[in-house]
Design a protein around this ligand. Structure first.
Ligand code: CA
Ligand code: CA
Length: 372
């Protein structure tokens, strides 16, 4: 009998997993609950920030700070300035890790991330200037999906400029001829490069802005899909740094560590907030406030359907964003959303199901230093 119950429980859990959509694992962090103490965030609630705590290459100006009455930020936020910078990685500020890492099936985690590997990762956060009335010259901070040691799989820069706040992005492009295990040099040939994109500029410095990055980490080279949204609007679609790790840091590559055995990508489970490149000492004690950070790993999202035909011939079974119980429910969903495909209007493709949807209307290449 016990065995029967065990099997039944297993089946029940399996069924639950089958019908539970998308969200394998997520975290939401507001720097207030559980209680965060003002000062370095190192070793608080799963974060690390060893440099700011005095145990790294430099004592970075990254700290839990007062929110300065910034709208929506509550009483405490993460404050980051680039008054202090370095070329180091592992001692900068890493958010709490997800239980379940995301990455390609064979991506290398080097023990830095763990759990049940997922193919989709996303993170969003708000950022705001601590000096909304004036530019902080030289202010820059970079957020990167990472596994915890600086093996950055993407790169999103928040920057202050004379004309407002700016968001920039780098991905790595292996152009033809393509790198392979047989000809890895083709993965870092003269045609291959980190590609710079100005995602958006001229953002109003007096209000917070929301950045969201989504990553579909698909097996194989040159196919990861990375999207950057600013204030709810998709602004850029690019790729990850998968082929930088595969070839530049792969066996025999110019940055190979002599250990990693295969031509593989890396995993992610957190966000690295990093200040590298030119320091802006004038920003000490100021900089950006970061708040309402959320991270998520889970299956690649499929859906929502936009055409009734997609529901037919068992098509309804292929969707997980949202899931359907039968073809009729799928068709009804399309009928109800024909006026507005992304009906939560947050500009992403994700339907915030369960969140009261209907009322919720709320180029050029630069030099290496720029990518710090
Ligand atoms: Ca190439
Ligand atoms: Ca890939």
């Amino acid at each position: 009998m016990k065995k029967f119950i065990t099997i039944f429980s297993f089946l029940a859990i399996s069924l639950t997993l089958l019908v539970t959509p998308s969200f394998a694992d997520s975290l939401s962090i507001n720097f207030e609950n559980p209680p965060y103490t003002l000062g370095t965030i190192n070793l608080q609630d799963g974060w690390s920030s060893f440099g700011a705590a005095g145990s790294g290459c430099a004592v970075y100006d990254h700290a839990v700070s007062a929110s300065l009455s910034t709208a929506g930020f509550g009483s405490q936020s993460l404050r980051i300035s680039n008054a202090v910078t370095s070329g180091c990685f592992g001692d900068q500020t890493f958010s709490k890790s997800l239980a379940n890492e995301a990455g390609e099936t064979a991506a290398v985690n080097s023990g830095m991330s763990q759990g049940t590997r997922q193919k989709h990762f996303e993170a969003e956060w708000y950022f705001a200037s601590t000096v909304p009335g004036a530019q902080q010259p030289g202010l820059s901070a970079v957020a990167s999906p990472d596994r915890g040691d600086g093996a950055r799989m993407s790169w999103v820069q928040m920057k202050d400029t004379p004309t407002g706040l700016e968001v920039n992005f780098y991905d790595y492009v292996d152009a033809a001829p393509f790198g392979t295990a047989g000809t890895p040099t083709n993965g870092y040939g003269p045609e291959d490069t980190f590609r710079f994109t100005n995602v958006v500029s001229g953002l109003d410095r007096t209000v917070p802005h929301k950045i969201k990055i989504t990553m579909d980490l698909l097996d194989g080279p040159r196919n990861d899909v990375v999207k950057v949204y600013v204030d709810g609007v998709l602004k850029h679609t690019g790729t990850s740094w998968e082929d930088y790790f595969r070839f530049v840091q792969g066996p025999g590559g110019p940055e190979w560590d002599g250990i990693i055995p295969g031509f593989e990508s890396r995993t992610v489970d957190s966000i690295l907030f990093r200040t590298g490149g030119a320091a802006a000492p004038i920003t000490a004690g100021f900089g950006f406030l970061i708040d309402n950070l959320s991270t998520l790993s889970g299956p690649i999202l499929v859906g929502p359907p936009t055409n009734k035909d997609q529901c037919k011939k068992d098509g309804w079974k292929t969707f997980n964003n949202p899931t359907f119980k039968n073809q009729g429910q799928c068709i009804k969903y399309v009928e109800n959303h024909e006026e507005d495909d992304d009906h939560d209007n947050d500009g992403d493709d994700r339907d915030d199901h369960g969140k009261n949807n209907d009322d919720d209307h709320r180029g050029e290449n630069e030099n290496h230093e720029e990518r710090d």
